[in-house]
Every structure is written in C-alpha cells, then in structure tokens.
Design a protein around this ligand. Sequence first.
Ligand code: ADP
Ligand code: TRP
Length: 322
Amino acid sequence: MAPTRRLTGFKPTGHLHLGNLLGALRPLIAAQDRSESIALIADLHALTMDHEPARVRALALEQATVMLAAGVDPERTPIVLQSHVTEHTELHYLLECATGFGEASRMIQFKEKSAADGPIRLSLLTYPVLMAADILLYDTDEVPVGEDQNQHLELTRTIAQRFNGRYGETFRLPGGVRPGSAARVMDLADPGTKMGKSNASGAGRIGLLDPPETVRRTVARAVTDEFAQVRRHPDQPGVTNLIDILAGCSGREPADPVSYGALKREVADAIEALLEPIRARYAELADDPAHVREILARGAARVRPIAAATVRRTRAAIGLLD
Ligand code: ADP
Ligand code: TRP
C-alpha cells in the first residue's frame, strides 16, 4: 500500500508558537517515517491581510529554519514555500469556479477577520479556496491542523466532492488528524481565545524561539482562577489549558495534589524541555540561511511534478483545451 500523504501549512504572519508546534508541526514530524509529508509555508496566505513585504519574506525563512530545528527532516518531508510552486494559484482559480460565494462568506475565520476595521481584501474571502488548492494539489490523505481549521478542511472536502461529482473523479478526499489534548492551545493571558501569531498583546503567547526567561515569565503570569483546584473544568479555562499544555508537551498529568504555583512550574519545565533543543538547533541553522534557501528550492522541485499532474487533470476535467 502506498504511504499516506500528510500536508500541513503555516502562514508566515508571525513567529511560530507553541500552538503551532503541538497542534500541527509535531503531528507532522511524528508521522515522518510512516507517511510522505509536506510542510507548507503558506506565504500567499500571508497576503490576505495587511502585510509588510520584507517581513513576510523574513518570516518565511525563519519558519523554514524553525521547522528544521523542530525535527522536520527535509529528505522525507519536503519543506515547500507555496509561492515557489505556481500551480497553487492556478488550481486556486479552477476551484473558485466550483465554490459558492455563500459558502466562502460563511467561514468563521472570514467573518471574524473581516469584522475588523479597515478595508478587507478579496483574497481574505477566497483564502479557504486557496487552502483547498494547497491540500488537493498533492493528493493529500491527512491534514494535521488545529481545531480552528476544521471548517476550512470541511470546505475542502465539499469542493472536492462537488468537483468530482460534476466533472469526474479528479481529487482525493482528505481527512483531518486530531492532535489530541493540544488541538487547541489557548492564550495564556486570555484563555478564551486560541494562542495565535497575531493576538493583540502577545502576552499569552509562547514563541518557539522565546528565551527561557520569557517562557517562565509568560507561564508564571498565566491567568488562572479562584477555585484553587487543579482539574480540567469548563469554568476553569486557564487551568484546563495549563493541564493540556503539560500533557501536550510531556505526556504527563499534573503531580497530585498541586498548587497553581507548582502547576505553573511543572508546565514551564515541560515547555522548556521541549523548546531548549529547538532553540539550540535554530541558532546553528540560522547561521547559514543559504543552506535553508537551498532546502526550500529542493522541496519545491520535489513536489512540482505532483502539482503539475493535478493541475493537468483538473484543467482537462473542467473543460480547458490542452
Ligand atoms: P496562527 O493561527 O497562529 O496564525 P497558522 O494559521 O499559521 O497559525 O496555523 C498553522 C497551523 O497551526 C494550523 O494547522 C493551525 O490549526 C495550527 N494552530 C494555530 N494555532 C493553534 C493553537 N493555538 N492550538 C493548536 N493548533 C494551532
Ligand atoms: N489556513 C491555515 C491556517 O490559517 C494555514 C494553511 C494554509 C494550511 N494552507 C494549508 C493548513 C494547508 C493545512 C493545509 O492555519
């Protein structure tokens, strides 16, 4: 049987954080020897909101370097910069022709992001279709994503099914992969929202390259509650999040019985044990950006034939002359 193919994507809109690692990156790395994975840096997605060109470029390189530092093996798992493989945009357009305006405008992430002040880019609306193109382009079987992306993955399946139904079997239907307790790492300062690259203050975010003092300080300041009980409970989102992070980082449940202070120390230790080697490896790799760029060029070259074949199939199915 052919190995399953996994793909997951990261937007270079900020520094990678613990949510990205536990929710998406680690599940990808964990399956490297039994699946053919692709780690995608979705730089085109970074253009859907206000952006600074130099920053997108710098973050794309930083993310590739962090992925390598976290254990992505580019021999088994090509690291691909989305804009290097132009088939993404071509398939995006073809899939737009099989997607409803209503469907796209119902996406929660679109509603949330378009509610902000200021002009909204049309690409923000069509963003999930580009994500569908990312996934379908490579005949992906499994997509490890955090919970926030479930709706986009569902839309991908809807588009693929509709296209196959109308124009004949063209796309493989992808499924999600649940990363378990860390599917949704919440912000430590505001446990009602997920930890994200662009959360306003950044006070509750653990960056994968944050120095140890910063990690400890962020955990020490994490919002808890008045219950003084270490347990997972809907009324205790902050404490639940800390317990989930501990489980996600170390596989351990809190030592029993513990105070909030002791819980936070345990959590900080577990995060630190995970991040310390990543930070060290990053420092080495960041000394040689040309090497990382070379890895990106090789990644694109590896996957381009698969992408080209999918686009050829799609063009033929939808009615374009060769
Ligand atoms: P962000 O939302 O921080 O900008 P991305 O959109 O680049 O991050 O997400 C990259 C991947 O990381 C996606 O699969 C997403 O589901 C996952 N992810 C992002 N934030 C979290 C989180 N707080 N907990 C779990 N997974 C997350
Ligand atoms: N849209 C995803 C996010 O915001 C990032 C992403 C882009 C992605 N392309 C993808 C995730 C393909 C999985 C597969 O988190």
